[in-house]
Design a protein around this ligand. Sequence first.
Ligand SMILES: [Zn+2]
Length: 82
Amino acid sequence: MPLYRYTPASSPCKLCGTGFDRLQSAAEPAFAACPTCGQAVTRAATHAVYAPKLLAPLSISSAKQAGFTVMKRVSSGEYEKQ
Ligand SMILES: [Zn+2]
């Protein structure tokens, strides 16, 4: 589900500041009013927060450095320590 950003008509709002975020399905209708203070709100463009960007690609060596145990799947369906 995408996260939508709502901003109040007269920002900043005393109750919700510069707006609020809501997780909504695309089929759900947008809020017309702020559920906290009741003033009119507008929905801003969708944030791409549901697809987080990793700072660096994951690698086995960096996982080991971070203290993780790296397991490798073998053909029998079991896992062995790498
Ligand atoms: Zn408000």
